[in-house]
Every structure is written in C-alpha cells, then in structure tokens.
Design a protein around this ligand. Structure first.
Ligand SMILES: Nc1nc2c(ncn2[C@@H]2O[C@H](COP(=O)(O)OP(=O)(O)OP(=O)(O)O)[C@@H](O)[C@H]2O)c(=O)[nH]1
Ligand SMILES: [Mg+2]
Length: 438
C-alpha cells in the first residue's frame, strides 16, 4: 500500500518549516510540533530541506515572524532553492500576503497543509464536497496571486449561483471576480452537501435502533487496525497520517446475540482546522450519535498524553464530551518495559491496554466493550402496538428481553437495553417507553 502513494524524491517540493515560540523554554515543545508538521508535509509530498524555530515574544501583526526574519528567510529560500514555506501556526490572510511578497515562495500554514492532504485523500462524494467547502472557506480571505490556478478550475460553477460569468461588472478586478466565483461555488457545494447528507441520514435511520460504537482517536493510533480485527474488513491501514477519511460502519456481533454497529472514523490531530471540523460535522454523526465511544490511543507514542487532550478537545467542539467512553491504550507491543504499561493505565483505572496485533488482546477488548455496554444498560418497560412488529424484533435484537406479555393494546416487554437505543426505538419505530424499572 505504502508505495502507491509514494512520490518520487526528485518531484517533491523543497520545503522549509517554520515554528515560532514566545520563550526558550518552549523550544522543545515546538520541536515536537514540527516533527508532526514534517510528517504531515511528507504525507503531502514535500521534501523537508530545513526547519527554523524562532523565539519571539509576540507575533508580528503584519509579518508574523517580523520583517528582518522574513528577509533572511527570503535569502535562505534563494540559496537552498526552496519552493514552499510552511508555518506551524495559522497565519492571518494579511500575513500570508505580506510574507508572499517578501519571500516570493508559496506560503502555507498548518491548516492549509492539512486541508491539502484531506483534499488528496477524500474518496466518497460526501468527503470530497466537505473538503472542497472547507478549502474554499479557508482560501477566500487569503486570495492572492498564489491562488491564480483557482479561476481556471471554475468551469464547475453552478448555473444557479448568480450566473457569475455572464454578469461581471466592467471595473471588477480579477481578485473580486475570483471571490465572487468562490462564493457561488460555496453556495453550490453547501446545497449539494445537504442533499448527500439527507440521503445518508435516511440510510442511517433505517438501522438506527441498533447500539452504535465509534472508534475514535488521534491519527495513526490504530483505529482501522482494531476495526479490521473486529469486522474482518480490509479497511486501509497505513503508517501515515489520515489514512481514513470516510467513516466505515459494519454490523458485528460483539458476543453471540449482541449485535452492534461499529464505525471507524477519521483521525484527529492537533490544530485541526476549524473549517474542516465544521464541514465534517455531518460525517462525524458516527461520533456524536454513538452510544459508546472507544477512544484508541497509541500508548507507545511519546506524546500520547497530549494526543488524548487533543481528541477530548475536538470531542468538546463536536458536542460529544458527555458520551460514555472507553479509553484504549494500543500498541503495547512497542512498549519497552512492563512498568510503562502500568503508567499508562494509572491515569484512568477503567482504561484497557492492548496490542491490536494480538488476537488474545482483541478478544479481551471485545469482552471489555461488551461489559461496558452492560454497565450502561437499564431495565425498562416497552409497549409496542401490534402493527409495529418490527420494533418487537429490534427490541429482541438490541436488548435482553426479560419478560413478555401480549396485551390487548400491544406487546408489553421488560428489557435491558441502553437508554439511547430505547429512545431511538421510541422515535423511529413507535414503541412506547412506559417506565424505567428501578
Ligand atoms: N506495533 C503495532 N503497530 C500497530 C498496532 N496497531 C496499529 N499499528 C500500526 O499503526 C499504523 C496505523 O494504524 P491504522 O489502523 O491505520 O491507524 P488509524 O488510527 O486508523 O489512523 P488514521 O486512519 O490515519 O487516523 C499501521 O502501520 C498499523 O499497522 C499495534 O498494536 N502495534
Ligand atoms: Mg484509519
């Protein structure tokens, strides 16, 4: 798999990475952030020539790194034949324009880079629409001559988007035309996305009474590896960032008689562009509609604590912080000592440590998830009118039926199930939740 995406060395863009910190104490932290930026840049096809960390008490409003530094970087770019300069933090649109003028090389920030990777990896129609929307929203205020290529792609503007091409004002500059075309394209994309999302949700609703588990976590943590171990699917697994973009969902039996829906989702990363989260909201329904989140962490990664914090932060942005969650430390086979294992689970005694490559561990994880589900199940009474026979079978499928009584107005069931599943059963299948048994 790896070779398929490999970009030959000589066609790779020669790239300079730049990070800025307010004090010397923060340099080590920035080194780590640049390591990750380098991985991202490599994924996007860049060849890293050099990296610079600048210590500066505050960012320069117009030039971010300051005018003097910008000039010296311009010289470095000439001497080293650098094509692309990537900043670890987000730049303002004005900073991009100013730096572009002085350095005369393509300027990108972390968000722009992540968007670029997402754009090249999106496969489904929905993911493609979402990425393009996020890209355009990001690009809009940053339009400079470096985005010239965009106007050439504009053949695809919808006819309904204000008929941009036919009605250009005579005095309009190229930049204004570009902006207007982009606005039209954004409207068009939004409309298409709503369409795709609606049909996607209908599809989901059909199976929505089942218990839903989402595998979530930092990119490269091993989510797809665990997903494949559970489902025998062959989802793409790669030692790269953002191997998975589209959520994949499969029905599996966690234990005999316990069918659940398991979803593999896109990985998170620090400084994930805000536009991207916003436009991916509709795909991430797998995350915030889940009954249980399984948070996979690469326990062997030196920054795993920070990874956990980042994931929690994105969950908060998605409004999914309150969902039941199981923390899974993965890749224990890579740990150097048994002590390291203890330290991992010390932070959260309910967490489980596994190696996704070990089938015994996968079984243990399966049992733990199943117990965790049990923990959240409650006993309740359902009354299902006879005409909703389907709801009765769903209740049997997704819960333990403890008692059944066929009454004149319908079937009365006492079941143990997740409250969220019972709620959906009520909403979509017209079963009536009578009471929760204490
Ligand atoms: N040694 C070891 N490697 C693992 C383990 N689990 C996953 N990997 C490797 O870690 C890399 C990333 O695994 P994936 O399953 O693609 O990770 P992911 O979380 O789906 O990543 P994204 O889709 O990019 O977010 C692959 O090279 C896997 O083979 C593990 O338990 N031990
Ligand atoms: Mg994956």
């Amino acid at each position: 798999m790896h070779e398929m995406h490999e970009i030959p060395r000589k066609t790779r863009e020669r790239t300079l990475l730049i990070g800025m910190v307010p004090s010397n104490e923060r340099v080590a932290e920035m080194e780590e952030s640049l390591d990750e930026l380098a991985l991202l840049a490599d994924t996007a096809g860049a060849e890293i020539v050099e990296r610079i960390i600048q210590v500066r008490s505050a960012m320069h409003p117009a030039f971010y790194i300051g005018t003097g530094k910008a000039k010296s970087i311009a010289e470095l770019c000439k001497a080293e034949e650098i094509d692309l300069v990537i900043f670890d933090d987000d730049l303002t649109p004005a900073q991009v324009r100013n730096l572009d003028r002085v350095i005369e090389r393509r300027i990108l920030d972390r968000s722009g880079l992540i968007l670029d990777i997402f754009a090249s990896r999106a496969k489904s129609r929905q993911a493609k629409l979402q990425v393009e929307l996020a890209q355009l929203q990001y690009m809009m205020p940053r339009l400079t001559r470096q985005w010239d290529h965009l106007s050439r792609q504009e053949g695809g503007v919808a006819a309904g988007s204000g008929g941009a091409i036919g009605v250009r004002g005579p005095g309009e500059t190229q930049l204004e035309i570009d902006r207007r075309l982009i606005r039209g394209r954004i409207t068009h994309l939004r409309r298409n996305l709503e369409h795709v999302t609606a049909s996607y949700q209908r599809q989901r609703q059909r199976r929505s009474a089942m218990f839903c588990i989402a595998l979530i976590g930092y990119t490269n943590a091993g989510k797809s590896t665990i997903f494949n171990a559970f489902t025998q699917a062959d989802t793409l697994i790669e030692d790269r960032l953002f191997a998975t973009l589209d959520a994949t969902t499969r029905a599996i039996h966690l234990t005999p008689g316990q069918p659940v829906l398991l979803s593999d989702t896109v990985g998170f990363i620090r400084k994930l562009p805000h536009h991207l989260i916003a436009s991916f909201r509709s795909t991430l329904t797998e995350v915030y509609d889940a009954d249980l989140l399984v948070h996979v962490v690469d326990g062997s990664h030196p920054n795993h604590v920070e990874h956990i914090a980042t994931v929690n932060q994105v969950l908060a942005e998605l409004g999914a912080s309150e969902l039941p969650l199981l923390l899974v430390f993965n890749k224990t086979d890579r740990l150097e000592s048994p002590d390291a294992l203890d330290i991992l689970t010390l932070a959260d005694p309910d967490a489980i440590a596994v190696s996704a490559l070990d089938s015994g561990d996968i079984d243990r994880l399966r049992r733990t998830i199943s117990q965790r589900i049990d923990l959240h199940r409650v006993e309740l009474e359902l009354l299902i009118p006879y005409e909703n026979g389907h709801a009765v079978s769903v209740a049997y499928e997704s819960g333990d039926v403890l008692h059944r009584e066929d009454e004149p107005e319908g079937v009365r069931l006492t079941v143990r199930m997740m409250p969220s599943v019972a709620g959906r059963l009520g909403k979509t299948l017209d079963a009536f939740v009578c009471r929760y048994v204490e």
